[in-house]
Each structure stands twice: as structure tokens, then as C-alpha cells.
Write a protein that binds this ligand. Structure first.
Ligand code: DX5
Ligand code: ZN
Length: 218
């Protein structure tokens, strides 16, 4: 079954706890947490204190997307705060193998992420060392952007690349996903879709139900 990872970047932080509970009740599989450092990407979002705080009230699977330079410096702290999976950017690590090893050492799942302009082929040497590959379908840094159509071709290339493995990593797609294109992204090979603005804009519960219906029907 396909998975949904709602991104709290577009949440209403005044009522974050209750919105996360609504997400849990919807049956969503993951909770996507975008960490931005103002250097690897333009914007700054939130970090360890937020993760630590929401961890106290939910057992949802925390899918942490680190948009920070040299994330190896902070892996242990994010794991201790409650991350279940840590995604690091290929473009942000000077030593990817050591960064992935550091994630594994902490006992959480390891994800490797590429920006829309990075060639899918760079992932080849790492696909057997990760639990998940995160394909960005917008430039990382902000929610509410338009889905980049070339993602479908990239997804097909990645799908072909992992198909030779006995235990292939999950493929997650992040950025610009809405109720109109979600099915197409899943049909093209995504195992997990991230959605932020299209989940939090309007009625949260209705949007979640609609996304979950699509994930269950594919
Ligand atoms: C963008 C983030 C995304 C973002 C997606 O840098 O990685 O996770 O929250 O937001 P939407 O779904 O609005 O494109
Ligand atoms: Zn993200």
C-alpha cells in the first residue's frame, strides 16, 4: 500500500498538537518534518526543540527532511529528539557514506534526497545503503510551489534503478503534490508522497481523507 507523509511546514503552529492528532486519526503513515538552516536553503524553519516537543504526544513515524549543510554534525541529536527516519541531501554532504553510516549507528532509518537538478544516476552507489530515496519535485526551501513535471521521468529512471535489488528502498516524492496529481505520482512509482499546502489549505480532515483514499486505491 502507498503511504502519505503530511508535511507540517504548512501547519497552523498555534494548534499544531491538535492538527498532528487529526493527521494520526486519518491513518497517515508518516509525518514529514522539514528542517531548514537558511544556508543550504534560503529559509529557516524549525529544529530539535519542535521535534522533541511533538514526540511527547504522538507515536506517528517521524520522517525528518534535513535541508541543512553537513547534516552529519546533527544526526545524533535529531535521532535523540525522536526522528524515525532521517533524510539528508546528496548536495549537502561532503561525505555521504559516513553520513549514512552515522544515521544507521543511531538506529533510525536512513534516507538520501536529491534536488530536481541533480542527476538520478548519482544515487546508484548508495541505493543499497538506504531505506528510502527522497526525490524533490520542487526546489527545496518553501512549501506551496508548483510540481516540476520532469519528476515523472526521474521517477521512472529511479524505479528502474532500484528494481534489481532484493530489498529496494522506498521512493518518496516531495513538493507540489495535490489531489489532482497524487495518483499520477503514485502510478509513476512513488511509494510515499509528501503533501503540505494541499493538506493544510481548507479542511484538514477532508483533505487527509481524500489523500488517504487515493493512497489506498492505487
Ligand atoms: C519543501 C519541503 C516540502 C514542503 C512541501 O522544501 O521539502 O516538504 O513542505 O510543501 P508543498 O506540498 O506545499 O509543496
Ligand atoms: Zn520536505
Amino acid at each position: 500500500m502507498k503511504k502519505l507523509s503530511p508535511s507540517i511546514l504548512s501547519a497552523d503552529f498555534n494548534i499544531l498538537g491538535s492538527q498532528i492528532e487529526t493527521i494520526r486519526q486519518s491513518g497517515a503513515d508518516y509525518l514529514h518534518i522539514d528542517v531548514m538552516d537558511g544556508a543550504f536553503v534560503k529559509s529557516i524553519s524549525y529544529g530539535m526543540p519542535l521535534i522533541k516537543s511533538i514526540r511527547k504526544n504522538t507515536d506517528l513515524f517521524f520522517d525528518v527532511h534535513l535541508m541543512i549543510n553537513e547534516p552529519i554534525r546533527y544526526i545524533r541529536e535529531f535521532a535523540e529528539c525522536g526522528a524515525d527516519l532521517i533524510n539528508v541531501h546528496y548536495e549537502a554532504c561532503s561525505d555521504i557514506t559516513s553520513t549514512l553510516e552515522e544515521i544507521r549507528k543511531t538506529g533510525v532509518k536512513a534516507g538520501l534526497t536529491i534536488k530536481p537538478g541533480t542527476d538520478v544516476s548519482v544515487l546508484k552507489e548508495f541505493i543499497d545503503k538506504v531505506d528510502l530515496i527522497l526525490l524533490m519535485s520542487v526546489e527545496p526551501g518553501f512549501g506551496g510551489q508548483k510540481f516540476i513535471e520532469s519528476t515523472y521521468t526521474r521517477l521512472a529512471l529511479l524505479k528502474a534503478m532500484v528494481s534489481c535489488l532484493d530489498n529496494p528502498p522506498e521512493i518518496e516524492v516531495d513538493g507540489g503534490i495535490n489531489l489532482l496529481n497524487a495518483k499520477k505520482v503514485l502510478d509513476a512509482g512513488a511509494d510515499v508522497i509528501v503533501a503540505g499546502s494541499s493538506i493544510f489549505k481548507g479542511d484538514l480532515k477532508e483533505n487527509l481523507d481524500a489523500f488517504m483514499n487515493i493512497c489506498r486505491s492505487v
